[in-house]
Design a protein around this ligand. Structure first.
Ligand SMILES: [Zn+2]
Length: 221
């Protein structure tokens, strides 16, 4: 029970340090509803909490997390489209102005993909079929760098997965329409959890570049 008690003690600290000083904000959000400006699609990894990473104020960021921060392609034949439902709600109901796909280093979902999960959906439970979303991204990495180290392939695959999700976002008609007329902006971010660094995808150059890296200065950038 001590682990769960740790969480409850954390909730007590939240009430004292965060809720009480911001009671007015929380009450306003409760009464008027949320109007987040950004949808962030992140991984379920316990080391990559988007609200902590972005130091985001309550009500500002709508967060959806799944295995390996993947966006499936638009299709309506299935039944339980949790990720697509969240996309629809954020874009069509909340009218977010930005969508960020946040990938990260040392991703267990991507490791599973490199280990062959998703190659044969039968008998692989739920992770294998889900990771199929990024299978072609993985195949491109393995084809391009067949002799690279496992670590290199992992990082390349994590970034290729972000790219695949950005591509799949554009397959949703309600997203494509808003991107094309400038109401919605898409971003691909890659978080290096060893060094606390952040990269961003540049669609024009088709590569990731450093946003925040190197020595960390208190209060600076
Ligand atoms: Zn992950």
């Amino acid at each position: 029970m001590s682990e769960v008690n740790d969480l409850l003690e954390g909730f007590q600290r939240f009430r004292v340090k965060i809720f009480e000083p911001n009671r007015e904000l929380y009450n306003r959000l409760a009464m008027k509803g949320q109007t987040p400006h950004t949808l962030l699609i992140g991984c379920i990894d316990s080391r990559v909490d988007p609200a902590i990473l972005m130091d985001a104020a309550p009500g500002s960021m709508f967060v959806m997390r799944n295995v390996a921060n993947l966006v499936p392609p638009y299709e309506t034949t299935g039944v339980y489209h949790g990720t697509s439902a969240a996309l629809e709600f954020a874009v069509c109901n909340l009218n977010v102005r930005n969508i960020i796909v946040l990938g990260h280093s040392h991703c267990g979902g991507i490791r599973a993909l490199l280990d062959g999960y998703g190659d044969n959906a039968e008998g692989e439970g739920f992770i294998g079929p889900w990771m199929k979303i990024a299978r072609s991204a993985r195949d491109q990495v393995l084809e391009r760098w067949p002799n690279a180290s496992r670590e290199f392939k992992q990082r390349a695959c994590e970034r290729a997965g972000i790219h695949a999700s950005l591509t799949n976002l554009m397959s949703f008609p309600f997203i494509r329409a808003r991107v094309e007329d400038g109401r919605l902006h898409l971003f691909g971010w890659y978080y290096d959890l060893e060094n606390g660094e952040l990269m961003q995808y540049d669609p024009e150059k088709n590569r990731f570049y450093d946003l925040y890296f190197g020595p960390i200065a208190a209060g600076g950038d």
